[in-house]
Design a protein around this ligand. Structure first.
Ligand code: FES
Length: 109
């Protein structure tokens, strides 16, 4: 099974199993990580914002326009930001490293 690593806001790293087809948001929840995902993957929030490691960013499929629009609203946006609910694990994404940002903008509350 592919693996992935989360870097938490405090800088600690957690390597976890990344089942094929699961989204980064689902994997974060399964591992009790603080990634909110307020709209449960329906591209209506930006609370599943994650920051992909520079060297891994190119491996990801490109973001859709809707994802880009939502990302523009994310707190602490970076050049390698993505929405965790929109990235599904494939064999190509084995060993992906993502950082959980410190805080989020939740427009649903
Ligand atoms: Fe809302 Fe990802 S969970 S956009």
């Amino acid at each position: 099974m592919p693996k992935m690593t989360f870097i938490k806001p405090d800088g600690s790293r957690l390597e976890v199993d990344a089942p094929l087809g699961a989204t980064i948001l689902e994997i974060a929840h399964k591992n009790n990580l603080a990634l909110e995902g307020a709209c449960e993957g329906s591209l209506a929030c930006s609370t599943c914002h994650i920051i992909v490691a520079d060297e891994d960013f190119e491996r990801l499929p490109e973001a859709s326009e809707d994802e880009e629009d939502m990302l523009d609203l994310a707190y602490g946006l970076t050049a390698t930001s993505r929405l965790g609910c929109q990235i599904q694990i494939t064999e190509e994404l084995d060993e992906l490293v993502v950082t959980l940002p410190d805080g989020s903008n939740n427009m649903l509350v």
